[in-house]
Write a protein of this length. Sequence first.
Length: 319
Amino acid sequence: MHKKIAKAVTSSLMAASMVASSVAALIPMSAAAGNCLGQNDFDDGIGLPWHICVTNPAEQKFDISGGTYNCTIVNPGGKERGGDSRWDCQFRHRSLHIEQGHKYTIHWEVDATSAGELHTHIAPLSGVGGVWQNNSEQWEQGWNNVKISEGHNEFDSSFTAKETLEVAEWAFHYGGAGPYQPSDCFPKDTTLSFDNMKLECETCGSEFVSASKTPCLWDPTNELGVITPRSDVRINQVGYFVGADKKATYATSEEKSAVSFTVKKNGTAVFTGKGKPIGFDKDAGDYCQILDFSSVDEPGTYTIEVDDTSNTFLNPKTK
Ligand SMILES: [Zn+2]
C-alpha cells in the first residue's frame, strides 16, 4: 500500500514535467512511474525514439500502424550477401540510462509472420558488454538468441544492473547469417510487429525522490517524439592516423548550434571540444558539424559522444 502511494506521487511529478515540456501533447500519457522508455506502445502512430537501423546491403521497410511498429525484412543482410551478421537489421531505442544496483522489469511483444530468432540486449551503444541480453538476467548467460514463433510472442524478464551505463540502448538484432549467427534470423520478407515495450526501473519508481535521484526515468525533454532530430556521429571507418588531422562529422536532420562533444578512452574523457557547424550538406542530406579532435594522438580505442549519440572507433592507427 505504501508503495502504491509513493508511485502515484512520482507519477504526478512526471505528469507535471510533461506539461512543462513544449511538446507535452506528443508524450504518451500512459508513461507510468518507473518508465525508462520514450515510447511504450505505438497507438498514436509515433515510433520515436524507437527506430530501425540497417547496414548495407540489408534493407527494412517499416510502418507504424495498427498500434504496432512493423518492420519488414526486405534484405536480411549477412555475410553471404555482402553484409556482416544479424546486427545488419535492427530495431532499437537509445538514450537510456542504466544505474548500477537498480532493479528493472522488462516486457515486450512481437508478432512475426514467420518463425525465427533474434538477439536483444540492453548495452552501451558500442554493443560491447551490457546488463541484459536475450531475456537473461545475466549478460554472460544470455548468448542464445530468443526463439520467435510465428504469430504472437510475449516476454517478461527482469534484471539488476551490475554496472552503470551512462548511455545505453535496447536493441533487437534480426539480420542475416554471419559471425555468431549460423543462419539468417528470419526468412526474407518476414514482418516483425513490436508492441507494448516496457523497461521499468523499480528502484527509481519506488520512492519519492527528486529527478536527479531517478536517473533511469525517461526525461520527456530528452528526445521528443516526432520532432526529435535524427542525429549521428559519423567517423572515419578505417580509423585515424597518428600525427594526422582527426575529424568526425555530427549530422542532424535539423539545424543545431555548435554542440559540445567528448572523446573518451575506457570511459574517461580525454578531450572535449565544440562542433563547427557547416550548414546543410546536400550529399549527406543533413546539417553537419565538424568535430575536430586532432590533438588526440595516442593509439587506442575511443568513443566520441555528442549528447546522446556516440560512436566507437579505433584511433589512431599506428601506421
Ligand atoms: Zn533507476
